[in-house]
Design a protein around this ligand. Structure first.
Ligand code: CA
Length: 219
């Protein structure tokens, strides 16, 4: 289980990172909110632990942008004990749970485990296409029962294709599924993700319909 820790306070960040690592989690720690969306696009995380009080970027705006982009990764927010409006706004913005500072590390770990369990069993149906399964809630892709390590973008492309078996999705359809309208992207970036996705799961499963787009193979 890989956790992205977003915390600008060195002491808290270090303690949380050490505590979570000791509990068996892989933890990437960033002090700035500015790299969070990029990190989530590059690496497949199971949970984000997000401090709302960040210096340059507002944690709430970050969370709203994340949800607006269609990313449903579990997010636990961390707020100051006296900041009740923040906590409510955070839950409204799409946080799954919150902890109040100062928090007990053991309690934090228990709450994280509980959130991950809840999320894995949230009942979102697992998508199946032949030998390929995709669990939208657990963010897990398996090919013939073996887990496949996909980036967040590759995962989103595959999910979009698997939600419409048989349909051909154009590059623009896929861009819309992966990026929010406000994001400016390079023209060939979807092709790069598709190339990597096809390399990982097999070009025969993600068919290129020349001049039209892509579709998932049903067999
Ligand atoms: Ca802070």
């Amino acid at each position: 289980m890989r956790i992205l820790l977003v915390e600008d306070d060195s002491m808290i960040g270090k303690a949380v990172q050490q505590g979570l690592k000791a509990a068996g989690f892989t933890v990437d720690w960033t002090r700035s909110g500015q790299t969070v969306l990029a990190s989530l696009a590059e690496t497949s995380y199971n949970l984000v632990l997000l401090d709302l009080g960040l210096p340059a970027v507002n944690g709430l705006d970050l969370l709203k942008n994340l949800r607006a982009s269609g990313n449903h990764i579990p997010v636990m927010i961390v707020t100051a004990r006296d900041a009740v409006p923040d906590r409510i706004a955070g839950l409204d913005a799409g946080a799954d749970d919150y902890v109040l500072k100062p928090f007990d590390l053991d309690e934090l770990i228990a709450r994280i485990r509980s959130l991950l369990r809840r999320h894995a069993g949230s009942g979102a149906p697992i998508l199946e296409c032949g030998a390929l399964t995709l669990d939208p809630a657990g963010h897990i892709v398996k090919l013939r029962g073996e887990p496949v390590d996909l980036s967040a973008r590759e995962f989103m492309i595959l999910e979009a294709l698997m939600r419409k078996p048989g349909a051909v999705l154009s590059r623009m359809d896929l861009e819309a599924a992966v990026y929010s309208g406000a994001t400016k992207i390079e023209s060939n970036v979807i092709e790069v993700h598709l190339h990597n996705l096809r390399r990982k799961i097999g070009a025969d499963l993600v068919r290129n319909i020349r001049g039209v787009g892509y579709r998932i193979a049903e067999g």
